[in-house]
Design a protein around this ligand. Structure first.
Ligand code: CAA
Ligand code: NAD
Length: 300
């Protein structure tokens, strides 16, 4: 017979992804590619237009590789995935038919609370709510949706979403087994490798990665080596695809600082989360990394 987890996972067919930026558009792409019906939501209509363009371009890239010798099949694959995707600027309307609502909006607890509280009132009772937050507590976010304490968890993807295989599945103390199993199965259906995490700051990857990036900046700040040499060291000596400064520029120095500052406030005794002068200076100068054309490196 069917286990309850299989029944629950079979139920996730309609996904509403809220936030059409870098992460949301990536998640929408991989879900649509995997045959899910996806509605991508953003408050900004222009963002949705840009997201559709980048998803179409990325799907073309995937098709070119996957259907190297059968371009007609590649075109079918792209058209099929795009047909699974729609957009909306009204989150509440989009959530009405969702089995899963995944939030990937700004990293701001108040804004996330406002969104989830309005969705809690209108989404179907069975719908699972999940956040893609990098650094906030899932349980704290879930407080805005009291109706679905048990149907709430974290689904944390990595940038670039179509390439990075990992999915962190986060359980709060209230997440039901059924919800957890459905999230794990959904991740696998998307072609990701899900791991299980408790609801702790940064879960697994960011809890290790952010302090590592911070330590790299501190090392350079002390004058122990240059940023360029540290990057060479970690690529050639530890096999990382990017050095810590390339990666910090890629993730965004503003984002890195924002995560550290949030944790430092919450955990003032943790030396790994302490503010860093060199990082703060870069951010104060508007040097956020790749997205602004300059960070530790120049991209102009
Ligand atoms: N979308 C779709 N496909 C992409 C892509 C994108 N944005 N970027 C790269 N690709 C594809 C390419 O088409 C290419 O595919 P094939 O090899 O199959 O042809 C493949 O990915 C590799 O790309 P490139 O050859 O252009 O470049 P690369 O080999 O240098 O790899 C990289 C690029 C995958 C980004 C690699 O450098 C890498 O893994 N870097 C580390 C990324 C990382 O650590 N991400 C996590 C950041 S932390 C985070 O996300 C969590 C958080 O909460 C902040
Ligand atoms: P982004 O700025 O690229 O996109 C966020 C989008 O959300 C914007 O387009 C904005 O218009 C939209 N938005 C804001 N408030 C909204 C609302 N109330 N309703 C609907 N749309 C709204 O951000 P991003 O980098 O995609 O990050 C999104 C989330 O994912 C954050 O919580 C972040 O911490 C997390 N995350 C980011 C990364 C990364 O590397 N950038 C990796 C993993 C997780």
């Amino acid at each position: 017979g069917f286990s309850s987890s299989a029944a629950a996972s079979a139920a996730i067919k309609n996904v509403t992804v809220i936030g059409g930026g870098l992460m949301g558009s990536g998640v929408a792409q991989v879900a649509a590619q995997a045959g899910q019906k996806v509605t991508l939501v953003d408050v900004n209509e222009k963002v949705l237009g840009k997201a559709k363009d980048s998803i179409a371009a990325n799907l073309g890239r995937v098709a070119k590789k996957k259907f190297k010798d059968a371009p007609a099949d590649g075109e079918k694959f792209v058209a099929g995935a795009l047909a699974n995707l729609s957009t909306n600027t009204d989150a509440c309307e989009a959530a009405k038919s969702a089995d899963l609502v995944l939030e990937a909006i700004v990293e701001d607890l108040k804004v996330k609370h406002k969104l989830f509280s309005s969705l809690d009132a209108v989404a179907p009772a069975h719908a699972i709510f999940a956040s893609n937050t990098s650094s906030l507590s899932i349980e704290e976010i879930s407080k805005a949706a009291p109706k679905r304490k048990e149907n709430f968890g974290g689904l944390h993807f990595f940038n670039p979403v179509p390439v990075m295989k990992l999915l962190e599945v986060i359980r709060t103390p209230f997440t039901s087994d059924e919800t957890y199993n459905a999230m794990m199965e959904w991740g696998k259906a998307l072609g990701k490798v899900p791991i299980t995490c408790r609801d702790t700051p940064g879960f697994v990857v960011n809890r290790l990665l952010v302090p590592y990036l911070a330590e790299a900046v501190r090392l350079v700040e002390r004058g122990d080596a240059s940023a360029r040499d540290v990057d060479i060291a970690m690529k050639l000596g530890a096999g990382y695809p990017m050095g810590p400064f390339e990666l910090a520029d890629y993730v965004g120095l503003d984002t890195t600082k924002f995560i550290l500052d949030g944790w430092a406030k919450k955990f003032p005794d943790q030396p790994l989360f302490k503010p860093i002068k060199l990082l703060n200076e870069k951010v104060a100068q508007g040097k956020f990394g790749v997205k602004t054309g300059e960070g530790f490196y120049n991209y102009k």
